[in-house]
Design a protein around this ligand. Structure first.
Ligand code: HEM
Length: 200
């Protein structure tokens, strides 16, 4: 059966959110690794931490929106020519990435809440993100900060590995197998809204 284009590719909102989150994730890894390698007294350290925390909270919101959009609309079925192993690997990678994109902001929030330094987080210099009260009040919060910081770092490396796997697989489909797998997540000249096509 010939499938309609809107049934075989992701909609415009899903595509937009995918690439925005991907871009912000790469930026966050670069900012995170840079800021933690600078001396605390370096003039860029404080602003980099603040922008890191601001973008991290933004990613959390965007991933929530992406999951809401996914749940409330249609998700195109996986391409028919994928093997069972490829389908399982893709599913595992996608849900692993969602889990990391949710867990990283949460562990980041725990780190700043548990830090004995008690530095406030001002999102984009505008809105204060409150610390998690029951964590900042604990006498053993330095130990909590240590654990959360290690988890945050391990998740970052797992995220880098999953993104490399995910992007590598997409590029393999596009350039080697020359199929439509990657094109499903690229913007097209046609606007799509949750499974409905609007021809320009
Ligand atoms: C998807 C979102 C996020 C990503 C990809 C990310 C990534 C990273 C990376 C790569 C590092 C460096 C790890 C290291 O080498 O020690 C880091 C450190 C850090 N991040 Fe995030 N982060 C995210 C969200 C957040 C959020 C929302 C907050 C706070 C509200 C936050 C707070 C921190 C802090 C305080 C550190 C320094 C930890 C330390 O000094 O050990 N992060 N992050």
């Amino acid at each position: 059966m010939q499938l309609r284009n809107s049934e075989t590719r992701f909609g415009l909102v899903a595509v937009f959110l995918h690439w925005l989150i991907a871009l912000l994730f790469v930026a966050m890894i670069a900012i995170g690794l840079t800021m933690t390698s600078l001396a605390l007294t370096h003039p860029l350290t404080f602003p980099l931490y603040q922008i890191h925390k601001s973008i991290g909270v933004t990613i959390f919101g965007l991933v929530g929106l992406r999951l809401f959009w996914r749940a409330s609309g249609t998700v195109p079925p996986p391409p028919e020519d994928l093997t069972a192993f490829e389908r399982a690997a893709a599913r595992l990678t996608h849900w692993g990435l969602y889990a990391i994109l949710i867990a990283m902001p949460l562990t980041g929030w725990v780190i700043v809440s548990a830090s004995p330094l008690g530095i406030p987080t001002i999102l984009y210099g505008l809105v204060k993100l409150p610390h998690i009260g029951f964590i900042s009040a604990r006498p053993d919060k330095a130990a909590i900060e240590d654990v959360a910081s290690t988890v945050h770092e391990v998740l970052a490396w797992c995220g880098i590995a999953l993104v490399a796997l995910h992007a590598g697989a997409a590029l393999r489909h596009h350039f080697w197998l020359k199929d439509n797998v990657m094109r499903r997540m690229l913007p097209s000249k046609v606007l799509f809204t949750r499974g409905k096509e609007i021809a320009r």
